[in-house]
Design a protein around this ligand. Sequence first.
Ligand code: NAP
Length: 355
Amino acid sequence: MAQQGWDVGILGATGMVGQQLVRRLAGHPWFRLTWLAASDRSAGRRFGDTRWLLADAMPDAVRDLVIERPIPGRAPHLVFSALDASAAVEIEPAFAAAGHVVVSNTRTHRLDADVPLLIPEVNADHLALIPLQRRRRAWPGAIVTNPNCSTVFLAMVLAACRRFGPRSALVTTLQAVSGAGYPGAASWDLLGNVVPFIDGEDEKIETETPKILGTLTAGGVVNHPVTISAQATRVPVVDGHTESISIGFDTTPSDADLAEAFTAFAGRPQALALPTAPRRPIVCRTEPDRPQPRLDVEQEDGMAVSVGRIRRCQVLDAKLVALGHNTVRGAAGAAILNAELLAAEGWLVDGVTPW
Ligand SMILES: NC(=O)c1ccc[n+]([C@@H]2O[C@H](COP(=O)([O-])OP(=O)(O)OC[C@H]3O[C@@H](n4cnc5c(N)ncnc54)[C@H](OP(=O)(O)O)[C@@H]3O)[C@@H](O)[C@H]2O)c1
């Protein structure tokens, strides 16, 4: 692996997730960001002249890149997509048809039967859907997706306790403002308030999770039988989605069993020592008032899910609180980890000599 590197591009580089991708790709040992694209509103502008939304300074290496239109063929082989979902409908398949590997944050193709919906610690084997995708769609490239941000955290929690047979889960989310992109919701709606509706979010959590936990067969993924009921809310927090989760199991674990399962949880990224793999994908907290977004969202550079308040549930079997960084583990960091897995497992065309 150390012998190769890959030039990469970003579709939707000017948005909330696009900028996290820019930030997190700076200095990456395998990927060098050389190409940026966004809508006609931004095309032709120098990236350094666009509005930068993050606290860390814009990386110097991208300041002079000129934002392009999202036209296939002009970009590097590997492109990250942080497009608005409606724009992704046509743009992502056009890139795959032109031979690009598209690592996407958008909801657009997540539930397609031949598209991996990937969390590398949970279902790295689902990358084997790529040959099926290429055959069915007759394209040389590929689309690989990461889940909705709230789905990632729930799915990692359920995967960690898979051996107890999770059969149902109730989840109420408290989602940060950065999850709505920029400029997102009006401050009038959010300040000092809780909004009990995020369009399409409940359904994404309920439908994506069984696919992620599903079993790969020759014909595709057979969904896991777990049933999910989700209620998403938006709260005035900057970064970090908190989730209140109750789980029913086939075999009820003790609180200690669950804590041990979360602490021991690891997968392919840790086995392969991928560059941005968290050492601990789930961090289990014992304090009675943790996890909290302000204190815990940056755990493992934003790549860990923090879990706490594990206890008996009087309705299902166990309940807990989970927290993850929505634009990192729930979006940009998830996509970069997916791309690292694609590179490590030989799904990318040969890269260039390291810079
Ligand atoms: N924010 C999160 O926590 C999060 C988490 C998981 C997944 N996602 C998903 O990731 C994607 C990006 O989210 P975001 O929060 O970064 O949204 P955002 O801030 O609204 O950014 C959207 C990006 O898409 C570009 N775009 C819009 N229409 C386009 C078009 N017709 N052609 C080319 N580019 C176009 C925008 O370019 P201009 O600046 O030029 O308009 C911008 O770069 C969405 O699909 C979202 O659902 C977001």
